[in-house]
Design a protein around this ligand. Structure first.
Ligand SMILES: Nc1ncnc2c1ncn2[C@@H]1O[C@H](COP(=O)(O)OP(=O)(O)O)[C@@H](O)[C@H]1O
Ligand SMILES: [Mg+2]
Length: 358
């Protein structure tokens, strides 16, 4: 399970919007996705129409009277899309765990146990850099940092990246991060100016996908829906679908690279061998084997010929070289009658000769 934390201490930059709609897009792509609402304000849960007394607090807390495991709180939102909801109780966790050893790894421990059924997990962080956000960074493989094209502050993101560095050093957990430009208004020159500044500052860390300002996004939230069920032809749907493809194709690119390497190795190996077909045709025979230098004269299933249209055949891939071999027909050893090249062996019988060229 790959885990993404959607974090930025700045409120209103689009964390919750991204968490819910990206989770829905990933699920649409067939990825089994878990969305963890880690904000005591529970905007992601409420935005999906989920209001529960039991939530992620009861998994993270050690003293909750409803103490339970992640599986007990999961709410199914749609195909491939599950939610671990939150509620206001989560705001007490910071204080409750203040003396606990390993308090930064509570979420990491819980998600490790729940990894089984999910391909991907998104964590919606609260708008601060407290214990909950540190837990999310500790649990995540990668951070998605939404920034607004209208009100972007480099310093805010730099503070967050400092925390990422701290988690790497103190907890020995490397986390990558990517920046997502949100609320982009293509009618404003100002938006383009800020976009350039973001790209100058973060370079390749910026997602190619940009989320445009789109009123349908707000409307969907007020109707407790994702943008895909609310209006799948909206600009917002297109943008979040494109973001999901960018995230998934990142994964596919790695798999592709590995399979290309494998292909090259197999092709190289294949060039070292040449295919040779042994054939034998006589009526009333039950089994034929071919044994020789190339298989250490071993009589096993790999040496057995198959009967195809009345002819016994075996194709072997052999390295170039000179070989001696014999056939074993119904248990009796003999030379290959189809091969005129043969020489006497020390027992006075004939070994067939084979020369394999590249
Ligand atoms: N691309 C967008 N277009 C229109 N409204 C947006 C967009 N992104 C976010 N919003 C709105 O901005 C507000 C704050 O977004 P939200 O995702 O709740 O931010 P955060 O979780 O970072 O506090 C919400 O009302 C949301 O509907
Ligand atoms: Mg939020």
């Amino acid at each position: 399970m790959e885990i993404f934390a959607i974090a930025n201490q700045k409120g209103g930059c689009g964390k919750t919007t991204t968490a819910t709609n990206l989770a829905a897009a990933l699920a649409l792509n067939g990825k089994k996705t878990l969305l963890v609402d880690l904000d005591p304000q529970a905007h992601a849960s409420l935005g999906l129409g989920v209001e529960k007394e039991i939530g992620i607090y009861d998994c993270l807390s050690k003293i909750s009277k409803n103490k339970c495991s992640l599986g007990d709180i999961i709410v199914n939102i749609g195909p491939n899309f599950d939610l671990a909801p939150s509620n206001i109780m989560l705001s007490t966790l910071d204080q409750e765990l203040s003396d606990e050893i390993g308090r930064e790894s509570r979420l990491f421990d819980i998600l490790k146990e729940a990894a089984g059924p999910y391909d991907l997990c998104l964590i919606d962080c609260p708008p601060n850099l407290g214990l909950l956000t540190v837990n999310a960074i500790r649990a995540a493989d990668s951070l998605i940092i939404p920034v607004e094209a209208s009100r972007f502050s480099v310093d805010g993101v730099k503070r967050l990246v400092e925390i990422v560095d701290l988690v790497r050093e103190r907890l020995n957990h490397p986390v990558d991060y990517r920046v997502l430009v949100n609320n982009f208004d293509s009618r404003l020159r100002h938006s383009f100016k800020i976009l350039n500044k973001i790209k100058e500052t973060f370079g390749a860390k910026v997602f190619n996908t940009i989320v445009h300002i789109n009123v349908k996004i707000k409307e969907a939230q007020s109707m407790a829906q994702t943008i895909f069920t609310f209006d799948k032809y909206s600009r917002g749907s297109k943008d979040y679908f494109s973001l999901s493809r960018e995230i998934i194709s990142g994964e596919e690119a790695i798999v592709d690279k590995i399979s290309q390497q494998m292909k090259k190795i197999v092709q190289k190996k294949a060039r070292e061998f040449a295919p040779v077909t042994f054939e034998f045709s006589t009526e009333g025979v039950n089994s034929v084997f071919v044994v020789g230098d190339f298989n250490n004269w071993t009589l096993n299933d790999d040496a057995k010929l198959d009967k195809v249209d009345g002819v016994w055949k075996k194709r072997l891939n052999l390295k170039p070289g000179a070989y001696k071999y014999r056939l074993v027909v119904d248990g009796k050893w003999q030379e290959d009658p189809g091969n005129p090249n043969a020489e006497k062996n020390p027992f006075g019988e004939l070994d067939s000769l084979l020369s394999v060229k590249q």
